[in-house]
Design a protein around this ligand. Structure first.
Ligand code: PMP
Length: 398
């Protein structure tokens, strides 16, 4: 039976990683995979995480099953991290919100996809063009139809907000729009306040539900300012979903830690949606893994670890913007291209808009590994490799 399997395309990031590992060149450079790197190219474990783990080793009492919603304390703390002031001002908000711990942001996206497909099997889910490459398989596997809205203007090399609005006007009532809240992957361009306000009123007019994807919290402009889009949506919309990834923000990638937050129009709908989400989780992974959530909980519960984590996260964020500046300064003047647009991009990624031919030339002739469309993990740039990166980019643009 299994010999008749129809094999789909491999995830392009995983394929790139495999090509990188197979490259014998000791000077090879990986700017493909989206993990934070320090100035030596390492992805270190945060001190706050190590201390939280030491605390857990000593004090953790049990690893008994937690249930499909995960750890209630983690869920409360993540909700508070994102919506503290709103909950203080409006305590009733907690009755129309529900938070579920998930295996990474990816798990949250898949549960959201299953829930949407269950609530409205005819819904089209709208993704940015270009999307995060994994959005497509996650939501197609949930059985959803996909639509794309323009997001990046390849000529101006910036956000195409007019194109985005124009394309979303084709959406039908009940459709869902996936919008990345901060540090758009792969483009590095985010909406400003006015654009969020405009987009929000467009979605309200068209009866579209926002699904906010937050995977780089604290790594773009700061822990509060990265939540600009959430603030606008939460203020105006009765129905919204948010998927949260703790992978980058806490540097706990393989612990698979995230959350799905859902806001519904009233308490009764929230309870039904929560119950159905739990049912769908039971039919999928049954329960999320615990260790990463225990780390996040330990950090957020401790004043000292919380401060330590904020300090380390801020340092990482500042390093990313230094890396972007280093790249831009080194590129400007080296080619006919003007790379100033890179300075307007935010978060871990910059998007060069390169063709497949240019990307394979970079891999094959320069051992430089860059993601689809020319997505660069800016944190992978350092003093040692920036010269070679610029030379290689210059060579493929001749
Ligand atoms: N959304 C976006 C836009 C991402 O870039 C990522 C991670 N690359 C995720 C969600 C999911 O993150 P994870 O599953 O690793 O927590």
């Amino acid at each position: 039976m299994l010999q008749s399997i129809d094999v789909g395309p491999t995830d392009p990031i995983l394929m790139l990683l495999a090509q990188y590992h197979a490259d014998p060149n000791p000077e090879k450079i990986d700017l493909g995979i989206g993990v934070y790197r320090d100035h030596k190219g390492r992805t270190p474990i945060l001190k706050a995480v190590k201390q939280a783990e030491a605390h857990l080793l000593k004090h953790e009492q049990s690893k008994a099953y937690l249930g499909p919603a995960g750890d209630p304390t983690f869920n409360t703390l993540v909700t508070k991290l994102l919506l503290d002031d709103q909950l203080t001002r409006e305590p009733a908000l907690s009755e129309t919100l529900c938070t579920l711990q998930t295996p990474g942001g990816t798990g949250a996206l898949r549960v959201a996809g299953d829930l949407i497909a269950h609530a409205n099997p005819h819904a089209t889910l709208w993704l940015s063009n270009p999307p995060w490459v994994t959005h497509r398989p996650i939501f197609s596997s949930a059985g959803l139809q996909l639509g794309y809205y323009r997001y990046f203007d390849p000529i101006k090399r910036s956000l195409d907000f007019e194109g985005m609005k124009e394309d979303l006007r084709d959406a039908a009532p009940g459709d869902v729009v996936v919008i990345q809240v901060a540090g758009h992957n792969p483009c590095g361009c985010d909406l400003n306040l006015q654009q969020w306000e405009e987009l929000s009123s467009l979605m309200l007019d068209l009866n579209l539900t926002p699904l906010l994807d937050l995977a780089y919290h604290g790594l773009c402009t700061g822990l509060e300012s990265d939540l600009l889009g959430l603030r606008v949506i939460q203020r105006h919309h009765q129905e919204w979903l948010l998927t949260y990834s703790a992978s980058k923000t806490f540097g706990i990638y393989f612990e698979r830690t995230g959350a799905l937050i859902i806001h519904c129009k009233d308490k009764a709908v929230t309870q039904d949606v929560r119950q159905e989400a739990l049912n769908l989780i039971c039919g999928n992974y049954y329960m999320p893994p615990g260790h990463g959530a225990s780390i996040v909980t330990t950090i957020l519960e401790s004043e000292e670890l919380n401060q330590q984590w904020r300090k380390e996260l801020n340092k990482a964020r500042l390093r990313i913007s230094d890396c972007r500046k280093l790249l831009t300064d080194s590129l400007n003047g080296t080619t006919a291209w003007h790379y100033r647009f890179l300075n307007h991009q935010r978060g871990m990624f910059s998007y060069l808009g390169l063709s497949e031919t240019q990307l394979s030339e970079l891999r094959e002739q320069h051992s430089l590994y860059i993601g689809t469309g020319g997505r660069i993990n800016v944190a992978g740039i350092n003093e040692k490799n920036v010269g070679r990166v610029c030379e290689a980019l210059k060579a493929v643009q001749r």
